[in-house]
Design a protein around this ligand. Structure first.
Ligand SMILES: Cc1ncc(COP(=O)(O)O)c(C=O)c1O
Length: 397
């Protein structure tokens, strides 16, 4: 059977595990399988793996190893940071942005039900949250500000150093979700004065089910769950040693972000030039090296995604299939896109493994599919029932 041609452009959803990370994981599972809390030699071996991994993650962000708490991923790290701070504070307000990841936004909505006050700061049209707006939102009863380092849908980069400064001046703690920016932007937690920072392994070619929270020295956090004394009593439960070892191995690898950025710019300029009625969402300059989020006028992103998938091309939309209706992306609406613009957008995200051939193939297929879908689009006066164009797309062209 011929191997189908593919292009994986959904690296902000997840990445392929690094070969060396997979090797250390296998070694941990088969040969270094002790419980790091055990006092015998098997336990010591696992404890060494755990502490070396802590050191490796800390080294990436200029933290002390002691300040890294391992979690099951970014979602748990975000929940632990926010609930952990609030449970230890008398203050009752949290300030966050309108385009955070659901692991922050949905938690904040839940906290509102529990009696906390919530302030949502809006990003501008470029997808940037100004430090000034955050400063103005901080009140004396604000316990915590949580603003992501880079947005997961549009890749825009937030001025976290300035925001950290504003928080310090106004007496609030600052958490940032660095799940998408880790290994793509330089991070120095000591220089930036950030109090808490979340990470996820599977976005950087590590395995799923591992992540970390940086907790500034001296800051005490309430645990989310109760159990043993692991992770300084902040995150009880036997540590996921293979996952953590794989995470650290992946984090140690040097990434050529310049190459990724060049390929991304090549892709964006080809799409915008060769496909009419397209628009890049979010700042072109203040944007992660691997993100291209593009609106295709007159069509639904979901339809486009499915037709690309039939061609072996993986991308994503910001829409959440949470109900019978497809809700447009909260991120795109937050930066001021109209509903139909938000509906017709796709996120293409590259990794260190992405090739120019994959991008060329994607542009070629995109051009055909967009043309066909627009012919049928009621938004463009086309005939929704016409399927003549569709049948040609299904063939192995
Ligand atoms: C910005 C951001 N935060 C948090 C998460 C959640 O990370 P995890 O999948 O490790 O729970 C993601 C994953 O999509 C993300 O993009």
């Amino acid at each position: 059977m011929p191997k189908i041609r593919t292009a994986y452009l959904d690296n902000s959803a997840t990445t392929r595990v690094d070969e060396n990370a997979a090797k250390v994981m296998k070694e941990a599972m088969l040969n270094n399988y002790g419980n790091p809390s055990s006092m015998h030699l098997f336990g010591e071996g696992a404890k060494d793996l755990l502490e070396n991994a802590r050191q490796a993650i800390a080294a990436q962000i200029n933290a002390n190893a002691h300040d890294i708490i391992f979690t099951s991923g970014g979602t748990e790290a975000n929940n632990l940071a926010i609930r952990g701070v609030l449970a230890n504070s008398k203050k009752k307000r949290i300030v966050t942005s309108a385009f955070e990841h659901p692991s922050v936004l949905n938690l904040c909505k839940e906290l509102e039900k529990e009696g906390y006050s919530l302030t949502l700061v809006k990003p501008d049209r470029e997808g940037i949250i100004s430090a000034e707006k955050v400063r103005n939102a901080i009140t004396p009863d604000t316990a915590l500000v949580s603003i992501m380092h880079a947005n997961n849908e549009i890749g825009t980069i937030q001025p976290v150093e300035e925001i950290a400064k504003a928080c310090k001046e106004k007496g609030a703690l600052f958490h940032t979700d660095a799940v998408q920016s880790f290994k793509k932007l330089p991070i120095d937690v000591k220089a930036s004065g950030i109090d808490l920072m979340s990470f996820s392994s599977h976005k950087i070619h590590g395995p799923k089910g591992a992540g970390a929270l940086y907790v500034r020295h001296g800051l005490s956090l309430h645990p989310l769950v109760y159990g043993g004394h692991q992770e300084r009593n902040i995150r009880p439960g036997t540590e996921n040693i293979p996952g953590i070892a794989g995470f650290a191995k992946a984090a140690e690898k040097k990434i050529d972000t310049g190459r990724m950025q060049k390929l991304r710019d090549y892709f964006i300029s080809r799409v915008l030039k060769e496909i009419p009625d397209t628009m890049l969402n979010g700042s072109k300059q203040k944007r992660l090296c691997n993100n291209a989020n593009i609106s295709f006028k007159y069509i639904e992103g979901e339809g486009l995604l499915l037709y690309l998938s039939m061609k072996g091309i993986a991308v994503s939309t910001g829409s959440a299939c949470s109900s019978s209706e497809l809700e447009p992306s909260h991120v795109l609406l937050a930066i001021g896109l109209k509903h139909e613009e938000a509906h017709g957008s796709l996120r293409f995200t590259l990794s260190r493994d992405t090739t120019k051939q994959e991008l060329d193939y994607t542009v070629k297929e995109l051009k055909d599919i967009v043309k066909t879908l627009r012919k049928m689009s009621p938004l463009k006066g086309g005939n929704r029932n016409s399927v003549s164009g569709l049948s040609s797309l299904k063939g192995g062209k």
